[in-house]
Design a binder for this molecule. Structure first.
Ligand SMILES: [Zn+2]
Length: 420
């Protein structure tokens, strides 16, 4: 099994089974409902875990929750902790609705502040960081490798977090002194304040996975400064940190409707309600994880049609035969889901197809039974409630349908019922 690594710009071999494969995927800053783009690293992490476990690996996946941050302070002055708590619940609800299970650990930053303070203390003691009036900054000049991950020359790194008191414009904050309007703070040797953003991932990854682990994931937008800084913090203390940096490509919003109102249309919750989890997962399979992927009504319709194509295959007779090795080879070679999908499309072997779909959380596609009459009636009442714009009633009926083990999808000519 090999994966593309941003650090070496090459395909890097994952150690042979049983591993272990320890993975850390950067999680959300919790201040608003997650966007469909936030789902891509989550889905990739869960799929990799699923595939590696099927291959006999011991896998641990850690996905952090950033619950203290400027964005949260800005979004909820004087009530940041409450917003973070609510937005964490939204994130857990929206990601669990993908039906992939959950990561092995989802640590919150605010539960690990003493460990973060200790780590910063080690950086200060070893000369890699320095305090300035209640802030603590990482001394970039003390780490000659800086810039390597993001491909910048160490002497030409972009400035981050401007502050005239810093030794060097490249230096970044590890600890930030408490400011007006920030309603959460913790004690530290440098005064009351809170962690900077980057330090949390060095600390949480090492606390939960150890100083050396196999795969670090996250969106391509995190390479600089976030991951460059994580790497500097950990490696300057002599910790090997991540062996493979797996950065997923970003979503591109195409189509007129999308580019006009990305905010509302593309919330993960709404996308899941509109298209259903199976279509969303199949959509992500159509793009290679490290490349950008377009998001529009058209591509979602195509994904929906492909799900239907698979469902149709299960309605027909099973024809044994199909090349599992080609499917596995596509995934082993940089987890190429579009290639794996192409292999699966030729299959009419129900067992094989069911096994392959299960890797991606799509085993439900094999269930072709019809919904019982009472569920159809609930869905009919929900359709009517939506037509009357009574969305509270529609949501209540959706919950009732889900409690009965079904999912109601809105399609052009009414609704579709799919087993959950
Ligand atoms: Zn991170």
């Amino acid at each position: 099994m090999r994966l593309f690594d941003t650090y070496t710009k090459s395909l890097v071999e994952v150690p042979p089974p049983p591993g272990p494969v320890r993975m850390y995927f950067c999680g959300p800053t919790v201040y608003a409902r997650a966007h469909i783009g936030n789902a891509r690293p989550f889905v990739l992490g869960m799929w990799l875990r699923s595939w590696l476990r099927a291959r006999g690996y011991e896998v641990t996946l850690v996905h952090n929750i950033t619950d203290v941050n400027d964005k949260i302070y800005d979004a909820a002055p004087d009530a940041s902790a409450e917003l973070a708590r609510r937005a964490t619940e939204w994130y857990l609800a929206d990601t669990s609705a993908l039906g992939l299970g959950m990561p092995d650990a989802m640590p919150k930053v605010t539960d690990h502040v003493p460990e973060i303070v200790r780590f910063i203390g080690e950086l200060v003691d070893s000369g890699h960081a320095y305090p300035v009036e209640g802030d603590v900054y990482f001394r970039v000049a003390s780490f000659p490798e800086y810039g390597r991950l993001s491909g910048q020359r160490p002497d030409q790194v972009e400035e981050q977090e401007p502050n005239a008191l810093k030794e060097d414009p490249r230096d970044f904050a590890l600890w930030k002194t408490n400011k007006e309007g920030e309603d959460t703070a913790w004690d530290s040797p440098w005064g009351r304040g809170r962690p900077g953003w980057h330090i949390e991932c060095s600390v949480l990854a090492e606390e939960l996975l150890g100083p050396s682990f196999e795969i670090h994931g996250g969106g391509l937008d995190l390479v600089f400064p976030h991951h460059e800084n994580e790497l500097a913090q950990s490696r300057s203390l002599g910790h090997p940190f991540a062996h493979i940096w797996a950065h997923n490509g970003m979503l591109r919003f195409t189509g007129e409707k999308m580019s006009k109102s990305v905010g509302n249309i593309a919330r993960l919750k709404d996308v899941l309600e509109r298209w259903g989890r199976e279509t969303v997962l199949l959509y992500f399979m159509t793009g290679h994880w490290s490349k950008p992927i377009d998001f529009s009504d058209e591509v979602m319709e195509q994904a929906q049609a492909r799900v239907e194509g698979f469902r149709e295959a299960f309605r027909g007779d099973s024809h044994p035969g199909g090349d599992w090795d080609s499917f596995a080879a596509a995934l082993e070679d940089d987890f190429n889901t579009p290639d794996a999908l192409a292999v699966m499309h030729g299959w009419r072997d129900h067992d094989l197809l069911g096994r392959a779909l299960d890797v991606f959380g799509l085993a439900s596609v094999a269930e072709t039974k019809d919904a019982p009459a009472e569920v159809v009636e609930l869905a009919e009442r929900r359709r009517q409630a939506r037509a009357d714009r009574d969305f509270d009633e529609a949501d209540r009926l959706r919950a009732e349908i889900e409690a009965a083990g079904w999912e109601a999808r809105d399609v052009a000519d009414g609704f579709q019922l799919v087993p959950k």
